[in-house]
Design a protein around this ligand. Structure first.
Ligand code: AMP
Length: 424
C-alpha cells in the first residue's frame, strides 16, 4: 500500500501548530467583535467568473479551476473579497451602510510552495463597505495593528502607499488600463526595470523613476515630497494628499512604525486607494495586507459603494509568533480525568464526568477499560491536572477521590464540592 501524503503545497496542522492556528483565529474573531464586524461564512468553491473579475492576472493564473459535474466553471477561492462583494450586492443589498463583515477560513493559490507560502492557507478577512472617508481606511489599519498587538507580536511595521499615485501618473500620460495593470503587477514584484520597459513615453518613465527614488526622514516628510513632486499631476497629487490624511488619523490614535512607499503596488487589480502591508523584521514576507477598492461592488452589479478591507495570513502569523518566541496564552483550562475502580461504577463515573463538563471543565473519561493505575500513568504522561477516582467505598458517602497529579496529593471530596475543588 502506498502511504498517502497531502497534496503539494497543502499541510496537515497537528499538535502545537493546530493550537497556534486556533489561538490566532480566536484573536482574529475577538478583533472582529471589538470593531463591530459581523462574521459571514461563504463557500470555498465559487463561480470562476466571480473570482476572476478584477482580481488581476497574478491571482487569476494561480487559481485552482475545474468544471463541476454540471459543466459549471468553478474555482477554489483565492481570497475572500470577491465573495464578500457578491454578498454586498445580494443578501446585504438593502442593508444600511456602513457594513462591516468578517470571515476566516482557507484560501487557495497555486503558488510555488516554500516556508510561509502554501497552496492552501488561512486568512482572516475584514471588509468595511459604504465609506469613502479616510477614517474607514484608518480603521482597517488600526484593526490590523490591534490584532498584531493582541497576539503579542512586536517590532512590526506598516508599509503604506496609494495606488492612485501610480495610476494617476499613468492615466495622465495616457497609458491604457491593461498596460497599467501589467506595470503595477511588475512593480508589486519589485521588478522595476521590467515595469519601466512597458512605459512608452520617455517623460512618463522619468516621472516613475523619480518617484521610486523619493525617500523622506519620516512619513510626513515622504508624503510632502511626493505631493511636491506631483505638482503637475493633480489626480496623483490628490492620492498622496488622501494618504497623508489616513496616516494622520492612524498615527494620532496609536504608536505605529510606518514607511510610505510612493511606488508601492499590490497584486490585486481592484485596489483604487490606500494600500498597505505589515511585516516583522525577522520575516521578509507580509503577515497581512489590504487596501481600498471603491469600484468592485459596482462591477458586480451593486450600487456604487466605496469599500476598504484587509486580509491577514494566519500561516505566516504562526511562523512570526514562533520566530519571536511569543508564548500566546492558549487559555488551556485544567484538564480532569475521570476513572472508575470497578465496571459497575462506570455509569455513575460517566455521569460525574458529564456534570463537570456542563460546568465548563475539560474532562477526559477513561474509555480504554484500563486498570486505574494504568489510566493514571497515562493521565500523568499527558499532563492532566486532576484525576477523579470513582470507588465503591467513597461513593457510599456521596464522595470520590480527587488526586492532584502535580502535587501527588489526594483527598476524599463530596461530589457536591468537586467542581469547586477542581476550579479552586
Ligand atoms: P492578499 O490576499 O494577497 O492581500 O494576501 C493577504 C495575506 O495573505 C498576505 O499578507 C499573506 O500573509 C497571506 N498570503 C498570501 N499568499 C500566501 C501563501 N501562498 N501562503 C501563505 N500565506 C499567504
Amino acid at each position: 500500500m502506498p502511504t498517502f501524503q497531502p497534496v503539494r503545497g497543502m499541510r496537515d496542522l497537528i499538535g502545537e501548530e493546530a493550537q497556534a492556528f486556533t489561538c490566532i483565529i480566536r484573536k482574529a474573531r475577538e478583533t472582529a467583535e471589538r470593531y463591530g464586524y459581523r462574521e459571514v461564512i461563504t463557500p470555498v468553491v465559487e463561480p470562476l467568473e466571480l473570482l476572476s473579475a478584477k482580481s488581476g492576472d497574478e491571482i487569476r493564473q494561480r487559481m485552482f479551476i475545474f468544471k463541476d459535474l454540471g459543466e459549471r466553471q468553478v474555482a477554489l477561492r483565492p481570497e475572500f473579497t470577491a465573495s464578500i462583494a457578491r454578498l454586498a450586492t445580494t443578501a446585504f443589498k438593502n442593508e444600511p451602510k456602513p457594513l462591516r463583515l468578517f470571515s476566516v477560513g482557507t484560501v487557495y493559490r497555486y503558488d510555488e510552495p516554500q516556508r510561509g507560502r502554501y497552496r492552501e492557507f488561512w486568512q482572516s478577512n475584514y471588509e468595511l463597505m459604504g465609506s469613502a472617508k479616510p477614517e474607514a481606511d484608518a480603521e482597517i489599519i488600526l484593526l490590523t495593528n490591534h490584532l498584531m498587538a493582541s497576539l503579542g507580536l512586536h517590532g512590526y511595521a506598516f508599509k503604506i502607499g496609494h495606488i492612485g499615485v501610480l495610476r494617476g501618473i499613468l492615466s495622465q500620460e495616457n497609458v491604457d488600463e491593461k498596460t497599467q495593470n501589467a506595470i503595477l503587477q511588475r512593480m508589486d514584484k519589485k521588478e522595476y526595470e521590467a515595469a519601466l520597459k512597458l512605459v512608452e513615453s520617455e517623460k512618463c518613465r522619468e516621472m516613475l523613476k523619480g518617484l521610486l527614488e523619493i525617500k523622506g526622514n519620516s512619513w510626513q516628510d515622504t508624503v510632502e515630497q511626493i505631493k511636491d513632486y506631483l505638482a503637475d499631476y493633480e489626480k496623483a497629487r490628490q492620492a498622496a494628499e488622501n494618504l497623508g490624511e489616513v496616516l494622520e488619523l492612524v498615527t494620532q490614535s496609536v504608536n505605529l512604525t510606518v514607511t510610505v512607499e510612493p511606488a508601492f503596488a499590490r497584486g490585486l487589480e481592484y485596489y483604487t486607494g490606500t494600500i498597505f502591508e505589515v511585516y516583522i523584521p525577522e520575516l521578509d514576507i507580509a503577515l497581512g495586507g489590504g487596501g481600498r477598492y471603491d469600484r468592485l461592488i459596482e462591477i458586480f452589479g451593486g450600487d456604487s459603494t466605496p469599500a476598504v478591507g484587509c486580509a491577514h495570513g494566519i500561516d505566516r502569523i504562526a511562523i512570526a509568533l514562533q520566530m519571536q518566541e511569543t508564548s500566546f496564552d492558549a487559555k488551556k483550562g485544567k484538564r480532569v480525568m475521570v476513572v472508575y475502580i470497578t465496571e459497575a461504577l462506570k455509569p455513575i463515573a460517566l455521569k460525574i464526568a458529564e456534570q463537570l463538563r456542563t460546568s465548563g471543565i475539560t474532562v477526559e473519561f477513561e474509555v480504554m477499560g484500563r486498570k486505574t493505575s494504568k489510566a493514571l500513568e497515562d493521565a500523568d504522561r499527558r499532563k492532566v491536572a486532576f484525576a477523579v477516582i470513582v470507588g465503591e467505598r467513597e461513593l457510599k458517602d456521596g464522595a470520590v477521590v480527587l488526586k492532584d497529579l502535580v502535587s501527588r496529593q489526594q483527598s476524599t471530596v463530596p461530589i457536591s464540592e468537586l467542581l469547586e475543588k477542581v476550579k479552586g
